[in-house]
Design a protein around this ligand. Structure first.
Ligand code: S5P
Length: 272
């Protein structure tokens, strides 16, 4: 039996969310025919913006690691926000918060990066317990932001498996869907009956059409395996797109992943 979320269109699922970022993301996905998020893991603001301008038309979301950018500034963040409106995508700062509620609320709102001021979506490890959601939501909810919990990871030997994954799901359900909108996971982790009653978004890294992995434990699957076979909603692609040589080639590769991801989604909608 396919999971119910995998039989619905992204556009119709927008109505099942009250969180403004979740709604906007699903509407963008439908409008741009894209379930592709590009992860822009490069180390200068000029390179980030260059890649975003190239891949922007093909994506529903751009993912950043602001702490790897040498010359990060709030002016850069302003430009990213401007591009997100012009090219119609959601900004996801992949911060992977992992501390007590009070600390993460400061890390989210303050410091050099002021993540909550420019990033629509961020993520957190459930490891510290529900206080991490409360701490982040106190900052994010008034701004209309959203959170994903890391229920699973793509890297070899990671500890987010079995009971940990089930507990992440339970923690999200208990927190409610005002702020937590889904998970980083490798498959539909919202598979029990209580979870299926709600609409959760599953976003999945470790996606590549060529490489099977890297030397540091990353593991890749194709868009088809991720979207059609595992029922995930968003494919997250980093080096497979921005690592291609040549500016035109980066644009073309993003488009290739968009088409692969979208065809897998259209095929899964046809199942009954
Ligand atoms: O389990 C995970 C979770 C994340 S968010 N595995 C991951 O690879 N990621 C992130 O996805 C990782 O931090 C990186 O930014 C991106 C994958 O990049 P790629 O170059 O391997 O596609």
């Amino acid at each position: 039996m396919p999971h119910p979320a995998t039989l619905k269109t992204y556009g119709s699922r927008a109505e099942l969310h009250s969180n403004p970022t979740a709604k906007r993301l699903l509407e963008i996905m439908q409008r741009k025919k894209s379930n592709l998020c590009v992860s822009v893991d490069v180390t200068t603001t000029a390179e980030v913006l260059e890649i975003v301008r190239r891949v922007g038309p093909s994506v529903c979301m751009v993912k950043t690691h602001c702490d790897v950018i040498d010359d990060f500034s709030l002016a850069f963040a302003d430009e990213l926000v401007r591009l997100s409106k012009e090219l119609d995508f959601v900004i996801f700062e992949d911060r992977k918060f992992a501390d007590i509620g009070n600390t993460v609320s400061l890390q989210y709102s303050s410091g050099t990066h002021r993540i909550a001021s420019w990033s629509d979506l961020t993520n957190a490890h459930p490891l510290p317990g529900p206080g991490i959601i409360s701490g982040l939501s106190s900052v994010g909810v008034p701004l209309g932001r959203a959170l994903l919990l890391l229920a699973e990871m793509s890297s070899k030997g990671n500890l987010a498996t079995g009971q940990y994954t089930r507990d992440a799901m339970r923690m999200a359900r208990e927190a409610g869907r005002e702020f937590v909108i889904g998970f980083i996971a490798m498959r539909r982790v919202d598979e029990d009956d209580a979870a299926k009653a709600d609409d959760w978004l599953i976003m999945t890294p470790g996606v590549g059409l060529v490489a099977k992995g890297d030397k540091l434990g990353q593991q890749y699957r194709t868009p088809r395996e991720v979207v059609l076979e595992s029922g995930c909603d968003v494919i997250i692609v980093g080096r497979g797109i921005y690592g291609i040589q040549g500016e035109e080639a980066v644009r073309a590769e993003a488009e290739r992943y968009r088409v692969e991801g979208w065809e897998a989604y259209e095929e899964r909608l046809k199942r009954t």
